[in-house]
Design a protein around this ligand. Structure first.
Ligand SMILES: *[C@@H]1O[C@H](CO)[C@@H](O)[C@H](O)[C@H]1NC(C)=O
Length: 216
């Protein structure tokens, strides 16, 4: 009997900790963000639900090809709570990804979201790396119609492995997933991380650090 109570307690504790690790579920039908409010809350302030309009839940533009004329050869078009005010508190968002031939969506992480990606056109080599100490790289080549998951918080990337443009759509489990692009955060921070720190972290000469920092 005591064992059963202990076991039940453990299950309840575990369930609660899992629930708390994710965004809280909404306590109302919706919370269309009030962009005119200056109040600071965890998320965005709701406007009066009586004033909500269809356009608060609407975005048009994911049919448009992103401009991939940039050094990495890819473009992300986000549709998060910033683009759709009605997404606020709902724990979901979507992005369109365009890739030039051999273009890369460089290693990055979403601190608040798992991502599920579907290839619409072309072929992508995708991968993510598990956390320390294993840092195991899990990769796959995807074709049109294939779906792949990037677990929350893990560093991941995609590369177009073809001589034509590629397109993907990805859904994310947060209305505000956040993006940390590793190279930009580490070598392009403002102000820069000191070269002393980066030379030790990457085990390279200062000239290498200076050179990489100059790229960002
Ligand atoms: C795409 O971006 C490049 C670089 O910023 C720019 O020169 C070019 O005009 C853009 N093309 C279109 C169609 O907007």
């Amino acid at each position: 009997m005591v064992n059963q109570i202990l076991f039940l307690g453990l299950v309840v504790a575990l369930t609660c900790s899992i629930a708390f690790a994710f965004e809280p579920k909404p306590l109302q039908d919706f919370c269309v963000s009030d962009t005119s409010s200056s109040a600071r809350v965890n998320g965005l302030v709701c406007k009066d639900p009586k004033l909500a309009q269809a356009n608060d839940f609407f975005f048009s533009g994911l049919h448009l090809t992103g401009n991939t004329s940039n050094p990495v050869g890819s473009k992300v078009t986000p549709v998060t709570a910033s683009q759709i005010p009605g997404l606020n508190t709902l724990g979901i968002s979507i992005v369109r990804l365009d890739y030039a031939p051999w273009g890369v969506n460089p290693p990055h992480t979403h601190p608040r979201a798992t991502e599920i990606l579907t290839v619409l056109e072309g072929a992508l080599h995708v991968g993510f790396v598990t956390s320390n100490p294993d840092n195991r790289l899990i990769t796959k080549v995807l074709q049109k119609g294939d779906v792949f998951v990037f677990p929350v918080g893990l560093v991941h990337y995609q590369q177009n492995v073809g001589n034509r443009n590629a397109v993907a759509i990805a859904a994310l489990s947060s209305q505000n997933p956040g993006v940390i692009t590793i190279a930009n955060a580490v070598f392009g921070s403002n102000p820069p991380i000191s070269a002393e720190v980066l030379t030790k972290a990457f085990q390279v000469d200062k000239s290498v650090v200076d050179w990489v920092q100059s790229k960002f």
